[in-house]
Design a protein. Structure first.
Length: 431
């Protein structure tokens, strides 16, 4: 799912009005994607073998701003944005969408207040309170990276339809939130959150969560507690209610600018399966003194047989928690009942162009857990990220996915288990 392009674009909105007392901005974001998959996958019961061609788009537009609120640089802030999304053509390779989805809804509608220097012990903006419809991310998205699952009309007589654009995932905001952030940019800090989803594909889950972090120049160490306090029984097909998850995470460079280290361990209790777990460890190194500044990384991750991925997703970069463009989006495994090895390489021949490759090995843990008994396979994704201007980026990608088994032998690929050649081109504009 789309994330890497968004992080490369500058986020400044178009300023309509600005003074020392406040500002009003016009927000605009547009994404267009064209996709081809030589193979299809049996996630939808009526999908047939063969290639798929489809297109996706979304446009997000509206207003944001802030207003001075008393002394000590306090501010109120907020946004009101709409989002129009669509899928065209044959629908995606897994049948999550059928190509007829068209939806326009409010995406962001929130208000907040930042304390400025009112509480000096907490640092600048050491108290930040917000409510409303907004996107929320915890850490690097291992547990929460917005409410970003966007299915179409292919399931439940259209009751799961969120407007298409399954891959582009423009619609990410939780429907209702109340968030209190305590602490500044460094040192001890904490977030207290109440989040409610209106997404049928997520069981319309209601969550309470808290984090405690210590942020230093060497890196960040964090603890997260999360509980699903309620769901809509009509859509909670995985018995998510009362699921409790505790995780500990760390990320940083230990004072070495070329080093990247990251890891997280999550322990989870579910009513339906009991105790589950997921964890990963990752290391990377940038060869700064070599031409094109190669960055090489390795990650090992493991997700137990009944682990609930909750609201995980891509945030840090391509392949963060949707590992494998074909595997994570269409074929599976979907970060449960699996062990994944990832090797990454990026090259930067110029400031506005990055070339990259991600290689994966997927191994199923249990042949009796889930709808498919064997989702073992390999994938190689080769891509480029081109920042054409400060506000326009493009990402072409070609993926090669080879499952060990087809749908008749425990896998999900329809027709055979031969290598799928997958391609996509994404263009994004953001102001």
């Amino acid at each position: 799912m789309l994330a890497a392009l968004q992080t490369s674009l500058k986020a400044e909105a178009y300023e309509l009005y600005s003074s020392e007392k406040g500002a009003v901005n016009a927000d605009f974001e547009l994404a267009l994607g064209a996709f081809h998959s030589r193979k299809s996958y049996a996630q939808s019961s009526d999908l047939k073998a063969g290639s798929k061609d489809w297109q996706e788009s979304y446009a997000k537009y509206g207003f944001s701003g802030w207003l001075a609120a008393g002394d000590a640089e306090q501010r109120t802030y907020g946004a009101l944005n709409w989002l129009s999304s669509a899928t065209y053509g044959q629908g995606d390779a897994a049948g999550w969408t059928d190509g007829s989805e068209r939806t326009t809804k409010i995406e962001d509608a929130y208000l907040g207040w930042k304390s400025g220097n009112a509480f000096s012990l907490l640092g600048k903006d050491g108290l930040d309170i917000s409510v409303g419809r907004q996107n929320i991310v915890v850490g690097d998205g291992f547990l929460i990276a917005g409410d970003a699952l966007n299915l179409g009309k292919s399931f439940g007589d259209g009751e799961f339809n969120r407007g298409g654009a399954y891959y582009l995932t423009g619609r990410k905001a939780f429907d209702e939130t109340a968030v209190v952030k305590i602490g500044g940019a460094e040192g001890l800090r904490s977030d207290l959150m109440w989040l409610k989803s209106d997404n049928p594909a997520q069981g319309k889950a209601e969550i309470v969560a808290g984090t405690l972090e210590n942020v230093t120049d060497l890196g960040t160490i964090g603890l997260t507690y999360l509980k699903v306090v309620d769901t809509d029984e009509a859509f909670d097909f995985i018995d998510r209610k009362d699921t409790r998850t505790v995780s500990v995470r760390a990320q940083g460079n230990l004072g070495h600018p070329s080093l990247f280290l990251s890891g997280e361990y999550a322990r989870q209790h579910r009513n339906s399966t009991g105790d589950e777990s997921a964890w990963y460890t990752e290391a990377g190194w940038t060869f700064s003194d070599i031409a094109w500044r190669p960055y090489v990384s390795y990650r090992f991750s493991r997700f137990s047989e009944g682990y609930d991925t909750l609201f995980y997703g891509n945030f840090r970069a391509l392949g963060t928690w949707f590992q494998g463009e074909v595997a994570s989006n269409y074929s599976g495994p979907f970060s449960t009942n699996t062990r994944i090895q990832q090797v990454g390489l990026t090259l930067t021949p110029m400031d506005k162009l990055t070339l990259g490759a991600l290689a994966y090995r997927f191994d199923t843990l249990s042949s009796t857990a889930g709808a498919f008994s064997n989702l073992d396979g390999k994938e190689l994704d080769v891509y480029a990220m081109w920042q054409i201007t400060d506000h326009i980026s493009a990402m072409p990608l070609v993926g090669f996915y080879k499952p060990d088994k087809d749908v008749d032998n425990g896998g999900s690929q329809l027709g055979d288990n031969q290598t799928n050649v997958y391609s996509q081109f994404i263009l994004q504009v953001k102001f």
